[in-house]
Design a protein around this ligand. Structure first.
Ligand SMILES: [Zn+2]
Length: 379
């Protein structure tokens, strides 16, 4: 179980941050599973899950159960972890650029397309190996211009050749849910069962260049480019990636983290990364997958004190009052502004603050009918 330190580009005199990765199993063994936590640095449940996973993976390795390769990065954003304002963590956007730490990853399909297409032939496995090699080469020649770019490059260097990628996040207050691309749902359905996901949000492409979608999008985008060029060369989905939202920011405790780590270990057994005597039994799905384009983000039309009438995990119908926004200074009867559901489905996440400004987000409902277009992720 080597522990490896990866230095990031120094942004300033006397300052250099380091990313730490743990490597289990034999490099090159398949499947390779890459797991990282807390890319949004104030989202800490995944970091605690990583702590529990380390114990279990080390025990599995000592017992000779590692069949594939597992790379674990427990704290994927040392830059954001060090950012604080007014005594509060501020790890979602980089201070220097205001960029979201989980956007603006390079378009890997565009980076290798011209070189890859003429080299892909009739052998699907050889095609997968070729694309991985080209992406690895492109990443190694990429000269990052900033500390933030060097973080993105290092995370992609560790993950680009993985068969499966789990990016562990959380929402503000939420039930356990996950995001993935349509092309990755089949491999992750067992994970959603094991974790007990109460919402699954699938998209063809969310937009904005998030970490997970650059890794999985590479494959279906190259496959589409092959078809557009009239090529019959087979190119399977060489990497399936998902963003797992481990409930809310305050849901950091050993009970949840232990359960989630065990579910991930069972998933590793299910996919053959860990040997096991009896395959884990998969519980039934706790929800139906819904399109990310059908997820309604609730906004308030008035400022005030936010009082929820529904909580994450509740099913709501169209017209249900999800929350009241109360202005105790208003004259007459204008004191209570109701925020109602416009789609039916599970209220899967809400904000944590209890004061909201006009137009502010207050929560998200997983509706079954697509209605949104364009970039589907929030800020
Ligand atoms: Zn996040």
């Amino acid at each position: 179980m080597p522990r490896t330190e990866y230095p990031l580009l120094s942004p300033s005199l006397g300052s250099q941050k380091t990313l730490v990765g743990f490597h289990y199993g034999t490099p090159g063994a398949r499947p390779k599973v890459y797991i990282q936590a807390s890319l949004h640095a104030e989202e800490l449940p995944g970091m605690l899950v990583a702590h529990h996973l380390r114990e279990q993976l080390q025990a599995a390795e000592q017992a000779g159960r590692l069949r594939g390769e597992v790379v674990l990065v427990p704290a994927a954003n040392p830059i954001g972890l060090a950012q604080r304002v007014n005594h509060k963590a501020a790890g979602r956007f980089e201070f220097d650029t205001a960029q979201n730490f989980n956007r603006h990853y390079p378009d890997l399909a565009a980076a290798v397309r011209d070189e890859a297409l003429p080299r892909l032939g009739a052998d699907a496995a050889a095609n997968v190996a070729t694309v991985r090699e080209l992406v690895g080469r492109w990443l190694r020649q990429w000269q990052p211009a900033s500390e933030l770019e060097s973080l993105r490059r290092q995370l992609l260097l560790l993950s680009h050749d993985a068969d499966l990628v789990l990016d562990l996040h959380c929402d503000m207050e939420a039930v356990l849910h996950l995001y993935s691309e349509d092309s990755c749902w089949a491999p992750f359905e067992p994970l959603a069962r094991l974790l007990g996901c109460q919402a699954v949000l699938l998209a063809h492409e969310s937009g904005g260049g998030p970490f997970d979608e650059r890794l999985s999008g590479l494959w279906w985008q190259l496959a589409a480019a092959l078809r557009a060029a009239g090529s019959q060369a087979p190119l399977p989905q060489g990497c399936a990636s998902t963003t797992v939202e481990l409930r809310g920011e305050a849901d950091v405790g050993h009970a949840h983290a232990g359960d989630d780590a065990r579910a991930i270990v069972q998933f590793l057994e299910h996919v053959g990364a860990l040997a096991c005597t009896t395959p884990p039994s998969l519980p039934p799905m706790a929800c139906e997958p819904t399109p990310l384009s059908g997820s309604q983000t609730l906004h308030t039309g008035a400022p005030g004190v936010l009082v929820f009438l529904a909580r994450p995990g509740d099913r709501v119908a169209v017209g249900d009052v999800v929350a009241e926004v109360i202005d105790p200074t208003a004259a007459g009867h204008a004191r209570v502004h109701e925020v109602r559901a416009e789609v039916a489905g599970v209220l899967y996440a809400t904000v944590r603050e209890r004061y909201v400004v006009t137009g502010g987000e207050i929560g998200k409902i997983a509706g079954a009918m697509p209605f949104r277009t364009g970039d589907l992720l929030g800020a």
